[in-house]
Design a protein around this ligand. Sequence first.
Ligand code: PLP
Length: 411
Amino acid sequence: MAKLESTIDVQEIRKDFPILSQKVHGKNLIYFDNAATTQKPQSVIEAISNYYKTENANIHRGIHSLAEKATHDYEETRKSVKAFLNAKHAEEIIFTRGVTEAINLVANSYGRAFVNEGDEIVISTMEHHSNIVPWQMLCEQRNAKLKVIPINDKGEIIFEEYLKLLSPKVKLVSVVHVSNALGTINPVKEIIEAAHKFNIPVMLDGAQASSHFDIDVQALDCEFYAFSAHKLYGPTGIGALYGKKELLDKMPPYQGGGEMIKDVSFEKTTYNELPYKFEAGTPNIADTVALKAAFEYIEKIGKTNMAAHEDALLKYATEQLLTIDGLRIIGTAEHKVSIASFVIEGVHHQDLAIILDREGIAVRTGHHCTQPLMSRFGILGTTRASFAFYNTFEEIDVFIKALHKAVGMLR
Ligand code: PLP
């Protein structure tokens, strides 16, 4: 396949990411671990340092100028998250450390309010451990059952099997929008519509989806949506949970402490309103403020342009990978993002990763926090190359050459 013309100037874009010009083991860094975390543009790095240089203060309670400025910027990011997800109200956006904390919040709070003995929670085979373990913990506490939607050999949800799991006993469906290990884009609109026929709320894990295409929680009509900023060219340690207001209003606080209260006495505490009810303690202010810079950067490049380049990289990489003897792609869904996961006969992924690292190539190997999914495919792990809009076709050529060499050495 020809290396498709890109709608973006990748060489220009790469200058925005200081880390990409690094050498690793004397070789140009080739960063293909974007599904684990993305690199940060200069504007995000500067937003973090500017915050500490010019406005650091604790938010919400202070009257002084710095506190007002920090509070203003923190709340401005909430408005940008609202716009990013197309939520109806800013108070439907709760800042969390990321997707993991968002799911734990829902499992603990929604779970405590709505899940009882004999109830069921539905997830899928391709979930990240972050969307398995909190539900297992909840099911154990409440004597509820975890039900799992099976997938086919391409790594797609088997929809008829999903429909069979739906019943009035199900109190929540929680599925990944895009699989981190396979790249599969799930038919979430249909999943939500089917669940809503039984009045079942749906939570979507948007860790991987949010960087690849526009998210519209109103059009999806999901009850909960979570993303992590670090997978979106933003800082680590910050993310958000979207929840429909009418549901969040009925849910008890997840953590107790400062900010989430209205009044405290030793006899009784009354809770703050949304979204503060769910934001106990001093939050991650600097990184929240910098998240806005990440949104602005994404907007400047344009998600459609980013996705078009990433799709072209995936097509090219897939074709080239299949030239390697004994290589099998794990995750061949019809609808995929730019994630190429594979196994190579007679080659252990860990050995492969070590050799690739010596060539300056960063890929992820192992179970990708999806051990049940690996078991479904009868493997212990894969090698995963995940591409971002700042990656190039030339990097893929170097990667493929290094793979051929590594396979030659390891077989
Ligand atoms: N869900 C998916 C699909 C992921 O890829 C990840 C991270 O790899 C997570 C959840 C957890 O995200 P975080 O570690 O940012 O909380």
